[in-house]
Design a protein. Structure first.
Length: 228
């Protein structure tokens, strides 16, 4: 699995997720849950304990690299995000496809492609520019440190705010997987898949750096989220 890292920006710091973040994450998720209709966000200490445990198990299995999202101005934990679906392209295509981990030492592995997902922010952190800078930090690490070829993102096709937030990052819609999975509301949902390619990264980076420098320009009430 890729080595856990700290990603630090002006308004946000992404820390490797650990058990010590549980209480603060639970408090962040409890502020106002009205924007989480399509986003899996833990509710209460016990649910947050399971959430963190599952995330760390995925990390131990080499499937994810989870972070706690921390506001730099006061050190407050305001949410979580992660790299997931770590993909390693080694050797010829195998059929039928099966999950393949890295060849060699897994502790120094670098993925060829990955997905950014499981992103949520506390109500008061939404619309403040934290999400934009967090994505800039993650994209920059993936493309410039790991050298990935593709970053993917996804959202419930009904989640207009999340899809708009992904598109503002500069991601391209790959397509909608119809009747893809069951949503949080129990309805079988379609999922919109997006991606950013390494050749598109310079233009995407330029746009994100400009947005981060300018700061948020929309009202906090818009509260865009990126949802898995």
């Amino acid at each position: 699995m890729p080595v856990p890292v700290f990603l630090c920006g002006r308004t946000v710091r992404l820390e490797p997720l650990t058990e010590r973040h549980i209480e603060a994450l639970a408090a962040a998720a409890a502020e106002d849950r009205s924007s989480y209709a399509f986003t899996p966000v833990p509710h209460g200490i016990e649910a947050t304990e399971r959430y963190v445990s599952d995330a760390l198990a995925a990390q131990a299995a080499g499937r994810a690299l989870p972070f706690a999202t921390v506001r730099t101005s006061d050190g407050l934990v305001v949410g979580s995000t992660r790299f997931t679906e770590l993909d390693y392209w080694q050797g010829p295509v195998i059929w039928p496809p099966a999950p393949r981990g890295p060849v060699g030492d897994p502790l120094t592995a670098i993925p060829d492609a990955t997905e950014i997902g499981a992103t949520w922010l506390s109500a008061r952190a939404q619309g403040t520019g934290i999400n934009t800078e967090a994505k800039l930090l993650m994209l920059r690490h993936a493309f410039e440190t790991w050298g990935v070829r593709r970053i993917s993102m996804r959202a419930d096709a009904r989640n207009v705010r999340s899809r708009a937030a992904i598109e503002r990052l500069g991601a391209v819609l790959d397509g909608v997987h119809r009747m893809h999975t069951r949503g949080l509301d129990g309805i079988v949902r379609s999922t919109a898949f997006y991606s950013i390619l390494d050749e598109e990264w310079p233009n995407v980076r330029s746009g994100l750096e400009q947005r981060v420098a300018i700061g948020p320009t929309h009202h906090v009430a818009a509260r865009p989220l990126i949802s898995a």
